[in-house]
Design a binder for this molecule. Structure first.
Ligand SMILES: Cc1cc2nc3c(=O)[nH]c(=O)nc-3n(C[C@H](O)[C@H](O)[C@H](O)COP(=O)(O)OP(=O)(O)OC[C@H]3O[C@@H](n4cnc5c(N)ncnc54)[C@H](O)[C@@H]3O)c2cc1C
Length: 379
């Protein structure tokens, strides 16, 4: 059989495509990821790596909250299985998250969110200023209050990408980098779909195709129009500082205008703007200023830390800001995109559910609200 045949071809090698490939490769399934850049080079590399079900989810997003919670719980074993398969540590940290109110107005809003979270059974704890400072001494002494979310964790998403690529290859799967999909042709009889790639005008065939092209998912050439997912890029500017003694942050810290995510190797990731700017990836003074100013009012010590990196990523935002995961209306085409601000956290649940579907099993019911067919029904 030609090396360019597979059981499943995955278009896009971000954290979503790679996670699905890894879960499939573990079963002996012949899976190939086609990535036009290097694996994980886009949103998945730029992300902060928060696994934040509690702090991230809005008041009415119950289905998304259930999915995020399920994903975070799954992350502990997902991370250890990945470390085992790849031999690469992924810095899964379970210190929890401090959501901080900088002044009494912010504290009132935080209190409403806290009461809502408590009503719905989230693991949250109200902290006075003194209690918050005792847990995280580098917080500003001027903050008003904080909520401790015990179940909101973090992971080094870049390490996760390296680990996924290594694990897929060790398990016999393929990750083809610098390989851009230029045309998808879905076979009407549903059994032998074709994908063309550049450079080389190479043809690949498989009975199943997964569309996991992140912010570019809508525009992949050759997709039938009726199944093009309504996904757009949402720009995020983010930067990394280096923590230097005596400065050290133990928890993820979040405020209204910025979040700070410490890594065990001393990096401190600070993010992120959220901008509707199409595919623009320019770093701006205003973007950097707003997140640094937001971070400094919560944790003044960041002022003196050296800058290691500045970055811009494009989140794949769907029309309703919820992920799009499931079989499309075209037989053989599975969609896994639209993960917006939650692609790292949701990679675990998405990969499990997608692997179930692609291996011929039912998808877990928790994923049903996120089917791509919800947009067709609306149309
Ligand atoms: C600043 C920022 C901070 C974030 N922080 C967090 C966070 O803390 N926690 C969290 O859960 N999420 C976070 N996110 C969101 C998360 O990064 C995304 O939801 C996630 O990375 C999406 O993964 P993906 O694989 O769908 O997309 P991507 O990582 O963008 O991958 C898609 C891939 O498809 C490839 N591709 C596109 N078209 C083609 C083609 N024609 N042929 C071949 N390949 C193609 C691209 O090159 C790309 O590598 C953040 C995002 C940003 C930008």
């Amino acid at each position: 059989m030609s090396a360019r045949n597979a059981d499943t071809l995955i278009v896009g090698g971000g954290i979503i495509g790679l996670s699905i490939a890894w879960r499939l490769a573990r079963t002996g399934h012949r899976v190939t990821v086609l990535e036009r850049d290097t694996a994980g080079a886009h949103a998945s590399r730029m992300a902060a790596g928060m696994l934040a079900a509690t702090a991230e989810v809005g008041y009415e997003e119950f289905d998304l909250y259930a999915l995020c919670t399920h994903s975070v719980i799954r992350w502990a074993s997902f991370a250890s299985e990945l470390e085992e398969d790849s031999g690469i540590p992924v810095d899964f940290r379970s210190e929890g998250t401090m959501v901080v109110a900088r002044d009494p107005d912010a504290a009132r809003a935080l209190r409403r969110a806290f009461e809502f979270q408590q009503e719905h059974g989230f693991e949250v704890q109200w902290l006075t200023r003194a209690e918050a400072l005792e847990r995280e001494p580098f917080l500003s002494p001027r903050i008003a209050a904080a909520v401790y979310a015990a179940d909101d964790h973090s992971v080094d998403n870049r390490a996760v990408i390296h680990a996924l690529v290594a694990a897929i290859r060790k398990l016999g799967g393929r990750v083809e980098e610098q390989t851009a999909v230029t045309e998808i042709t879905m076979d009407a009889s549903g059994s032998n779909h074709h994908v063309r790639t550049a450079p080389g005008n190479t043809e690949w065939t498989a009975p199943q195709i997964v569309l996991a092209a992140g912010a570019w998912s809508h525009g992949v050439p050759g997709l039938p129009d009726e199944v093009r997912p309504p996904v757009r890029p949402v720009k995020g500017q983010i930067l990394t500082l280096r923590m230097e003694a005596p400065f050290k942050l133990e928890h993820v810290v979040r405020g209204a205008r910025a979040y700070l995510v410490p890594r065990s190797d001393g990096r401190l990731v600070i993010g992120a703007t959220s901008e509707e700017m199409g595919f623009n990836t320019e770093l701006t003074a205003g973007g950097m200023w707003s997140i640094l100013d937001g971070a400094r009012e919560l944790v003044p010590g960041v002022h003196d830390l050296p800058v290691m990196e500045t970055n811009v990523g494009l989140r794949p935002g769907s029309r309703d800001h919820q992920p799009i995961v499931g079989w499309s209306a075209v037989p053989g085409l599975f969609v896994a995109t639209g993960h917006y601000r939650h692609g790292v956290i949701l990679s675990s649940a998405t990969a499990d559910a997608a692997a179930d579907a692609l291996l011929g099993r039912d998808m877990p019911t928790i994923m049903h609200p996120f089917s791509p067919t919800r947009f067709q029904t609306q149309a």
